[in-house]
Design a binder for this molecule. Structure first.
Ligand code: FAD
Ligand code: DLZ
Ligand code: SF4
Length: 499
């Protein structure tokens, strides 16, 4: 019995399900295909990151004596699709069985149905889709906080017996600080491209010149050893401050105290279990405070698992909802970063330079603008799916569709994450470099987030007013002078029409 064992570009983990039980005579199939590189026009660094990590992973397997059939993008016989390459590999190897780990995306799961393969559970996560579905069954609301508590109990992470460490499940109230003037977050570890990565950089420059983003400088880790080095650096130098400045934004400081490990986690160079264990160890060893470590573990054990569960529970219908009937096209500045709104220019600039922006930039700057301006969910989702090195639909879609755009009508978030300029001013230093002013509500100097916020509430009153968590802003709106309301609508309209 010889097996063809398929490893996809986001399954680069040595003990991923499809590689378990590898026997002499088995072949591992890895394939670079143009369909995956272009179903959205991924950021150039994301392409280099994935192709280079795939090539390094294949080399690692070969060094250990594993037979790897690696199809390169520039192979003249490459059919350009997973299904085409699986068929060609079957003709080459005539395997008696085909084994693959379940994919991260619905789109690919549909393709796999035609491969006649044994599809194994991807058990690199804490919760299986079936376990999440069991948790969700019979619940009126699927709130992350309750799922997270169950995951703490099940995993034993940050537990003292039956009780949460420190006597509380969540320390978020300690985690809302802006970055003090003069505070300098540590330089991040960057990795000089080796010959393999350089070859991929040349290939991407040549094959995908019109894709979004700066190709170089390229500094992402592309091997497990490098990813572990990046993790070590985060745990020792950044984790202690992670909690305090988790929501802060700062011009010229793209990474702050964030871990910047999501790309490594999402393609399998690091595993969620090892990362959470390292963070807990830092707290138990007195190297990082509990508010930081709990906040960090909640992102991985809570949010990451929760969005994956939701994705597999609700797809494919989830992607089709548009609860706020938003339909405005994505403005050109999402591609260029050229806008006078400094917060957007900075968040998009970081995204172009690094294929990275941190959570609050994604949610409260580019996401908040998309929500308030009523941008079409499909266009916004395609943008988020291609611009970030960590973007795969299972994690991108719930975050964009549900959390940022409220397009699911409140399955994921109990209310829209809508905010005026005051929030961005409080959490960042962007406004001091902006031509608009966050404290001005109307007129040419007014921060557009201010009138867009109220215009959003006015436009969506019928859909949102009954939401108890929206009661306060709607009470304020009810007391607003009708002439002022009309001015807001008028200014928002001319701003949006000019986009
Ligand atoms: P840290 O802030 O250091 O957090 C640690 C880890 O927690 C992350 O590496 C990530 O694995 C996990 N995490 C944190 N927040 C979330 C979340 N909301 N959902 C899932 N995991 C989370 N994350 C992706 O991995 N891929 C995406 O495509 C993606 N798209 C997003 C789109 C929008 C609109 C928003 C608001 C968020 C999105 N996120 C996505 C979640 C989050 O922004 C990123 O995981 C985070 O910014 C990655 O940076 P980091 O590794 O420095 O994270
Ligand atoms: C994102 C991506 C890209 C750009 N290219 C490839 C590829 O050529 N070969 C491959 O195996 N995987 C690639 N990936 C990752 C896949 O898109 C990912 O495995 C699916 O989206 C399933 O999650
Ligand atoms: Fe952004 Fe408004 Fe601040 Fe300008 S004033 S940076 S547009 S929040």
């Amino acid at each position: 019995m010889t097996a063809l064992r398929i490893v996809l570009g986001d399954q680069l983990t040595r003990n991923v399900a499809a590689l378990r039980g590898l026997a002499p005579g088995d072949t591992v199939l890895m394939m670079e295909v143009v369909e995956e590189a272009t179903y959205v026009r991924h950021h150039k660094q994301k392409l280099v990151f994935i192709f280079s990590a795939m090539r390094h992973f294949a080399e690692d397997l070969r060094r250990d004596g594993v037979a790897v059939d690696y199809v390169r993008l520039d192979d003249p016989a490459n059919t350009g699709s997973f299904t085409g390459e699986v068929q060609r590999a079957i003709a080459r190897h005539k395997p008696s069985r085909i084994v693959v780990t379940a994919p991260g995306e619905w789109r690919v799961a549909e393709m796999m149905k035609g491969w006649n393969a044994e599809i194994l559970e991807d058990d690199r996560f804490f919760a299986t889709p079936a376990a999440f579905a069991a948790w969700a069954r019979g619940r009126k609301q699927l709130r992350m906080e309750f799922f997270y508590r169950d995951m703490r109990r099940l995993s034993g992470l940050l537990m003292d017996g039956e009780e949460p460490a420190g006597g509380q499940w969540n320390f978020d109230h300690d985690n809302r600080k802006s970055l003090p003037k003069g505070e300098r977050p540590p330089e991040r570890r960057r990795f000089t491209p080796d010959a393999v990565t350089r070859e991929v950089i040349d290939m991407v420059a040549h094959r995908f010149p019109a894709h979004f983003g700066d190709l170089e400088p390229f500094g992402w880790a592309v091997t497990r050893a490098e990813a572990l080095e990046a993790l070590d650096h985060f745990i020792s130098d950044c984790l202690p401050n992670f909690g305090d400045y988790q929501d802060a934004m700062s011009q010229g400081n793209a990474f702050l105290y964030h871990s910047v490990i999501s790309p490594y986690l999402n393609i399998g160079l690091l595993t969620p279990a090892e990362i959470c264990a390292r963070a807990e160890e830092a707290w138990r060893g007195g190297k990082a405070p509990l508010n930081a470590v709990e906040g960090f573990i909640r992102q991985i054990l809570g949010w990451r698992e929760y969005v994956r569960g939701l994705y597999w529970l609700k797809m494919p219908a989830y992607a089709e909802t548009n609860a706020l009937e938003a339909c405005r096209p994505l403005p050109a500045f999402y591609w260029t970063g050229e806008t006078e709104m400094n917060c957007l220019a900075q968040a998009i600039g970081d995204t172009k330079r690094h294929a990275y922006a941190h959570h609050i930039q994604r949610l409260m700057v580019t996401g908040n603008f998309a929500l308030l301006a009523g941008l079409a969910p499909k266009e916004v989702e395609a943008w988020y799916l291609l611009v970030y090195a960590d973007a795969f639909e299972w994690v991108e879609l719930p975050n964009t569709h549900g959390m940022a755009l409220f397009a699911d009508g409140g399955i994921m978030a109990s209310k829209p994450y809508a905010a005026s300029g005051a929030y961005i001013d409080r959490m960042s230093d962007y406004c001091s470099g902006c031509r608009y002013r966050p404290d001005v509500k109307l007129g040419p100097k007014a921060c557009p987030f201010n009138y867009l916020y109220w215009d959003f509430l006015i436009r969506n009153e019928a859909k949102l007013k009954a939401n108890p968590r929206m009661a306060m802003p709607y009470r304020t709106l009810a007391k607003m002078d009708p002439a002022r309301k009309a001015d807001i609508t008028c200014e928002a309209k001319s701003f949006l029409d000019a986009l």
